[in-house]
Design a protein around this ligand. Sequence first.
Ligand code: FES
Length: 114
Amino acid sequence: MSQHEFLCRSEDLPEGEYHELHYTVAGRPRYLVATRVDGQARAWYNRCPHAGQPLNHAPDQFLTDEHNQLICAAHGAVFEPRYGRCVAGPCPRAILTGCPVVEENGSVFAADDF
Ligand code: FES
């Protein structure tokens, strides 16, 4: 069943920044990495398709390259921020697992099937 789970206020997800967000299902947290591209919020589950590691190197801290693409902290896979596709590193063309998001009334919500 699809429902909306609050992630953050819209102003806390500025264009081009990456943030670790989470929501809870049945008492268990699910972690996301989220950004904003051309004004649209985007989010993926914070799990690299190469070896399943979290993408960040510290809480809410993500590495990026000179094009502001996301770099996995484990082995350096590089993901473009529009579709989450790997463009360099050990898992070429792999795609991060997306989490649909919606924005309503100045807030960002996860809208996955929970
Ligand atoms: S787990 Fe991300 S590059 Fe290996």
